[in-house]
Design a protein around this ligand. Structure first.
Ligand code: S3P
Ligand code: PEP
Length: 391
């Protein structure tokens, strides 16, 4: 689907969709539960549908390894690899887009050490073996999703385990969300705040009735719209949330100030596309988005995609190995077609930057927003955004 936007300011009240990260966590814990749980405020984004489908496959009776189609969801794949080992002695994992090329080496290193077999061939990752209680050592700065996967699976084992990080933890907010979700389901895991987690074994997930919070990661796009001049009332968010992407609020305030600004995104990588849209429209000011190397291993190489899209719109972005330098302008030229890079956050960034373009902007593959925000285009229109679609 191509969307062509006629630039113009948005206005009105908006509630962001339910948090994808929290939804993954609550659904997996609920499915592992010893009874019936009720999870309210679920949106059928593609990633959440992937987790629902995979949990159903893991729990379906049957012999042999379950087949788990993780779609394009890194969270689903990395959370469920250890869970599948604990529940079913492994699984056959498939994915789409870039998913199966995204790194799994921290798990593979553990599997080699522990005698768990793994093989990735023709796009299928087959993992087979038994998880045993003990020490699990891995880096903390490739993806926090490996730690989350272990935190879900290790409590189910018959003895105590530890997770030991060899490098500092990045994306820490996501681990806080994981620990928060585990606690809600009565599962204990202690984090020393640095490099070690203690995870007692022989635990079970108690059933719970919970409501998924509104998503701070996607709210960030509406904050970016606000920043570029829209009059929005962004509602429904939990100001005391465990979601690390709440950091959009202090970063928004920082960007409103004059002078050069450095934003460290090591703990909030998903904020980079909306932050970059804001920075591109920070007239006459320079913004550096630093500690962003892991952006290259998301749905797209997001450092390249952000740079290409904003520069095509008429912005001035310099791409570096692990950071971006953005020279803010008052307006962008637009009058161009840009690719959504099959990446929801890149398509949404383009839609927000288009608000302050002088000519129309066409975004190709704009349906990719469905990965996390299925109603994004409807919400954009409900706020007065003008666009046409061709499929
Ligand atoms: O645990 C999660 O829900 C997520 C963790 C983050 O990944 P990394 O830990 O790989 O940075 C984030 O980018 C992703 O969108 C969601
Ligand atoms: C990177 C993302 O998700 P995942 O890693 O789960 O694919 C994202 O939603 O931006």
């Amino acid at each position: 689907m191509n969307v062509t936007i006629t630039p113009g300011l948005l206005a009105g009240a908006i509630t962001p969709p339910p948090s994808k990260s929290q939804a993954h966590r609550l659904l997996i814990a609920a499915a592992l539960g010893t009874g019936e749980s009720h999870i309210e405020n679920l949106a059928h984004s593609q990633d959440i549908d992937a987790t629902l489908r995979c949990m159903a496959a893991l729990k379906a009776p049957g012999d042999g390894l379950p087949e788990l189609d993780c779609g394009e969801s890194g969270s689903t794949l990395r959370f469920l690899i250890p869970v599948a080992l604990a529940l079913r002695g492994g699984g056959k994992f498939t994915g789409h887009g870039r998913l199966m090329e995204r790194p799994q080496e921290p798990y593979f290193a553990i599997f080699r050490e522990k005698g768990i077999s793994y093989e990735q061939r023709d796009g299928v990752l087959t993992v087979r073996g038994r998880l045993s209680p003990g020490d699990y050592t891995l880096p903390g700065d490739v993806s926090s999703q490996f730690v989350t996967g272990l935190l879900y699976a290790l409590p189910l084992l018959e003895g105590d385990s530890r997770i030991l990080l060899t490098t500092p933890l990045e994306s820490r907010g996501y681990i806080d969300m994981t620990l928060d979700a585990l606690e809600q389901f009565g599962v204990k895991a202690a984090y020393d705040g640095d490099r070690a987690f203690q995870v007692p074994g022989n635990q079970s997930y108690r059933p719970r009735d919970l409501t998924i919070e509104a998503d701070w990661s996607n709210a960030a796009f509406w904050y970016a719209a606000q920043f570029v001049g829209c009059d929005l009332e962004i509602g429904g968010l939990n100001a005391f949330s465990a979601q690390g992407d709440m950091r959009i609020v202090p970063y928004f305030v920082k960007l409103q100030g004059k002078g050069p600004v450095d934003l460290d995104v090591s703990q909030c990588p998903d904020l980079v596309p909306p932050l970059a849209a804001m920075a591109a429209l920070r007239g006459g000011e320079i913004t550096r988005i630093v500690n962003a190397a892991r952006l290259r291993i998301k749905e797209s190489d997001r450092l390249t995609a952000v740079t290409q899209v904003l520069n095509a719109l008429g912005g001035r972005v310099e791409e570096h190995e692990d950071h971006l330098v953005i020279h803010g302008m008052d307006h962008l030229a637009g009058n161009v077609t840009v690719s959504g890079h099959n990446d929801h956050r890149i398509a949404m960034m383009a839609a927000i930057a288009a608000i302050r373009c002088q000519g129309p902007v066409t975004i190709t593959g704009a349906e990719c927003v469905k990965k996390s925000y299925p109603d994004f285009w409807e919400d954009y229109r409900s706020l007065g955004g003008r666009y046409t679609c061709d499929t």
